[in-house]
Design a protein around this ligand. Sequence first.
Ligand code: GLY
Length: 351
Amino acid sequence: MTISINLKRIIDDSYPIHIGSLPEINFEGKVAVLTNPKVAGLHLQTLLSTLKAKEVYVITIPDGEQYKTLDTIESILDRMFDHRLNRKSLLIAFGGGVIGDMGGFAASLYNRGIDFIQIPTTLLSQVDASVGGKTGVNNRFGKNLIGAFHQPRAVYIDPSFLSTLAPREFGAGVAEIVKMAVTFNLSFFEWLENNDLREGDNLQHAIKMAVETKARVVEADEKEQGLRAALNYGHTFGHVIENETHYETYLHGESVAIGMVMANDLACEMGLMSFEEAMRIKTLLGRYDLPLTYPIHDVEKFYQTFFLDKKSADSTITFILPRGIGGVEITDAIDAVAVKKSLSKFQGMSA
Ligand code: GLY
């Protein structure tokens, strides 16, 4: 005997991404604001002055990628239970990528899922992490290996929060902007070559361009069955670097910058990119003081760590390689010998 459950449904998970001054946010139920002490000290009053809700609770967690763990998620959920949030409550993730990823994940779990809003305060989270509904945490096997797709109800990107950003955090965000341009938009890349993001309104334009790119990719492939994997350009290598350095040496965007340089080298080896194109990307990243190399100690160990990447099915590694500038190739057909040859160029290089 077979009993079927018919769950065919149409879900509308569309949401607005507002770029500009933080508007008034009105909510009838309880709101939990997830943030860290640093962001709270700098910007919490700004948020609270625009937030009108029945009750507002602020939950702070320590700042840093090393706290992006299941233990921290449990402590967030505990606070949400302490405050008796219910299924109609709202979580606001107010901070950088770590806060956004964990806030979204906690929201996806609490009472089997409540709504959340992303209010990103770092450049990296404004141009990439806050959009698209990827949420989760790291574990000892690697980065973002545990999580859920849980789309926010809205994203509010206020570039004025970036005025307090440390130069390293700024550079880390630029790396993700460059990623979008290299993989999808040659004219945007050329614009980046000709315009300094530290001047005038250039940053706001770049945020808009990056978010538009990301939005179109997420619309085409929300659950990363194909095209969305292109957004992991630089990440396959970068995640290994973060894993090897225990998330302590490089900001995420910095390891992505090195990862893009490594991916470009492999792309050159495979005939997908010219040396001149690789140099143009390196020059652009260098302008924002991003690290451009990493001393690989053990090529075999570095190579084996690729297999922990969740995009790598069992015995294959999926590489995201640029096809020139403005195009991308997602491939699991790169010979191990070619990969190790490319990695060996970084062996012992001083960072
Ligand atoms: N940050 C990559 C993605 O959202 O798919």
